[in-house]
Structure formats: structure tokens, C-alpha cells
Design a protein around this ligand. Structure first.
Ligand code: FES
Length: 104
């Protein structure tokens, strides 16, 4: 069991336990976490799952496809921007991400 923390632009946060192998987008959508839409279901076609990764570091390198799709994110891209449909929970990892003010 792993922990994922979503910090929201209004200062609140949502902390959830997650099973290994789930994407942060799927976890958020299943639990109705505000600020994550995941419109394309994780197919790298929407950028409505944009987050800023606080830890662990950037969550790893983005693929070329993710990197291109990040250009379409509604809020400004930062060095730690990722599409959370591409971030998968691993064993004993605690993810902390910030959700942007808007997704579209
Ligand atoms: S859910 Fe569409 S790019 Fe992540």
C-alpha cells in the first residue's frame, strides 16, 4: 500500500492510500479528487491530468509524447510538471503532487 497526497491550489489536500501499479490520474478520478480530470483516460491526448510533482523529485523523466502534450496544459508548465496518468505508484513510494488552478 502506498500513499498519494494531492495538494490543491486553495491550500487543502487529499491524502489517499493506493495499490501499487495504479496511476495517480486513475486514483484521483476514482476518488473524485478535485483538480484532476483525466478526460482521455490516460491516452496522452488531453493534458487534463497536469500536476506539479513535489516528491519524489520529478517522478522520473517524461517520455517525448508526454513532453509534447504538456505544452497543452491549461496552467503554466514548470520544471516539475508531469501528466499524472503517466505516474504509477510503486512499492513504498509516497507521491506528493500539487494540482494546478485549472485543467482547461
Ligand atoms: S488523462 Fe489525458 S493526458 Fe493524462
Amino acid at each position: 500500500m502506498c500513499k498519494v497526497v494531492y495538494r490543491h491550489a486553495d491550500g487543502t489536500e487529499t491524502a489517499l492510500d493506493a495499490d501499487e501499479g495504479q496511476s495517480l490520474m486513475n486514483i484521483a478520478v476514482q476518488h473524485g479528487v478535485p483538480g484532476i480530470i483525466g478526460e482521455c483516460g490516460g491516452e496522452l491526448m488531453c493534458a487534463t491530468c497536469h500536476v506539479y510533482v513535489v516528491s519524489p523529485e520529478t517522478g522520473g523523466p517524461a517520455t517525448e509524447e508526454e513532453d509534447e502534450m504538456l505544452e497543452f496544459a491549461a496552467c503554466p508548465r514548470r520544471e516539475n510538471s508531469r501528466l499524472c496518468c503517466q505516474l504509477v505508484v510503486g512499492p513504498d513510494v509516497e507521491f506528493v503532487v500539487e494540482t494546478p488552478e485549472a485543467q482547461r
